[in-house]
Design a protein around this ligand. Structure first.
Ligand code: CA
Length: 220
């Protein structure tokens, strides 16, 4: 899953980016409203963390413009303390959740997980597919009681497939959702990650749909 973090305060931005990355997501950042609007309008993010007080274009305007052009990714807004009116206008502008500064990183990560889960129609933080369980709270994949050892990219591929289980996911979908924007992308590496995951997972869990992509399903 790939997240856009919009925050103009450099220290907070890098703390956010690091924590969200460590939680298993690909992360892009923006430091002003104009860049944020462009990135959110052109890249397929699974969720956005949006500070409202931004240079060049304020967060509420950015959000309104996204929603007006049909961008429906979940958005978590960051509001100032005592800014109840900001929360109201943020939610009215299309925010899915909010967090008041200062906040605990754990709470931000929990809210982010909740938003991504609900956007995919999943009720629980634990995603299950046959013998495989993915606990999004600790980025852990377990098969029959055994925790899998996964690299960060293998985890991202598996997490994306689990959030879209029983659906056909194309290679380009995977590329767009597992890599940050500045990453040197190579769609051939997706095949490598899939091959490695297949060795670690029960046989048949990930099937290839010829010409279309991959499907994670328990009833293959
Ligand atoms: Ca700010």
């Amino acid at each position: 899953m790939r997240i856009l973090i919009v925050e103009d305060e450099p220290t907070l931005q890098s703390q956010l980016a690091q924590s969200v990355r460590e939680a298993g997501y690909a992360v892009d950042v923006a430091s002003n409203g104009v860049d944020a609007h462009f990135q959110g309008d052109t890249e397929p993010y699974d969720a956005v963390v949006l500070d409202l007080g931004l240079p060049q274009m304020d967060g509420i305007t950015v959000l309104r413009k996204w929603r007006a052009s049909g961008r429906s990714m979940p958005v978590l807004i960051l509001t100032a303390r005592d800014g109840w009116h900001e929360k109201v206008s943020g939610i009215d502008a299309g925010a899915d959740d909010y967090l008041t500064k200062p906040f605990h990183m754990e709470e931000l990560l929990a809210r982010l997980r909740g938003l991504i889960r609900r956007a995919g129609g999943h009720a629980s933080a634990e995603l299950v597919c046959g013998p495989l369980t993915l606990d999004t709270r600790n980025s852990r994949a377990v098969v029959d009681g055994q925790t899998l050892t996964l690299t960060s990219h293998e985890y991202r591929v598996l997490a994306y497939l689990m959030h879209h289980r029983d659906e056909v996911v194309s290679r380009s979908d995977l590329v767009e959702h597992i890599y940050a924007q500045d990453y040197d992308r190579d769609s051939n590496t997706v095949e490598v990650f899939i091959a490695r995951l297949r060795k670690k997972l029960p046989a048949g869990l990930i099937s290839t749909v010829r010409g279309l992509g991959y499907r994670l399903s328990a009833d293959a």
